[in-house]
Design a binder for this molecule. Sequence first.
Ligand code: ADP
Length: 452
Amino acid sequence: MVDILVAGAGGAGYPGAFRLAKSYMSVIMADPKGELGGNCLYQGCVPSKTIREMANLYLRATKLLGINHLVNFEKIQDHKDQVQETRFKQHKEELSETFVEFITGEVEIMDNHHAIINEQGKQRQVEFKYLILGTGSEPLKPKMPGTEFCITSDDLYKYKTSIRKLPQDIVIIGGGYIALETASILNALGSKVHVLVRSDRVLRSVDTRLVNSLLSMLDKNIDIKFNSPVIEVKKISDNEYQVIYSEKSEKKTINTNLVMLATGRKPVYPKGTEKLGIAIGRKGIMVDETIQTNVKNVYAPGDINGISPFFHSAVRQSLVAAHNILAGSPIDYMDFQNVPISIFTIPTVSYIGIMPEEAKKRGIEIIEASYPLTKDSRAQMYDEAEGEIRLFFEKGSLRIIGGWIIGIDAPALINEIGTAVANGLTAREMANYADQHPMTNESISYAARTIF
Ligand code: ADP
């Protein structure tokens, strides 16, 4: 009998496992990948953002240094693999410093105190007091003919991917952040990119004003077609495909070299999950702010609950679960509202907290404070001065309840705004902070100062 069984070694799994082991709980953690870091490191955020950084570097080099060579995509993929290897190695070292027993294998649930770990042909029975289900999510494929000819972002970004030649032309199906990020990256590197969006808008859970600003700033060479549901994908030859879609009730086709599905993700439930009697909602396993499920000894942090499917959110949820298991009663709560969200397009967009559309729905009156990046020295240095920082304060208290950045450094800047939001700082407190010069952070206090 162990204290804790952790299924999955991603952001939802290993931080909690480490925390519990540090307090002398016996912990077994299993993941068929045999590596820590989950899908985020293996085929998600880390590899995609590595390539995104390279694409941005290329854009800067061509624009600012006059360098005009074609990119070597193979080299970019090699570098990406190397970053992944560095992190796999780092995680192995971190694991060796804990008392967590890590097994390369898949967890199969028997009941809420028993599981089998399927380990390369061998089966190991485990009895546990608590279960942390952190098995994440995977791409969701739509029901249409030809999906077997399409890749997903996993194929493009996975460790040692076989896609090492830049496609001349690519069709991306979907209108979420993975579709737009990949479109931006491949467009910057030199591919002709078409994005087929089923409905009339992209990024459906994001504030409309923010989405429209982003769309107006994306490179116009990216061919985004709205209201264009895909009917079928046909394979013509090894690197030639035909995408048939409908536009204004007319059938149209695009011939392309690669088709990528970016049509959402769905939770991964380990085999036997149904034996737990666990409540599953529209997004995934249902949890409350303590990350506990309706089965009291089972916690479900991360993508599997679908509330806030981001690595950094999973890490915090994993720790919340660990703290509550350690205490034996609820002592820690996840703040789902205040998790920074970034879309790593070119340019980037980040936001946190309550956005204007949401504030209106909730009847919260807000005062907006903004600062254009055209005035920011660092943005000028890079000649990337389009965009803005916008802060949302509650009328009266002038406490910050949200903010967004569109443009250079957004995913870095959102952390300063996020810290302010999570701690309910006032406009005065934000305005009085001496932000580092000449960095884009300065624009945060400049924005706050506009309302005094
Ligand atoms: P999160 O961010 O929620 O941690 P990820 O998708 O990054 O989600 O990671 C989930 C991990 O769970 C992946 O590494 C995957 O291999 C692993 N996993 C999936 N199914 C099982 C299973 N049945 N048993 C153990 N691990 C699993």
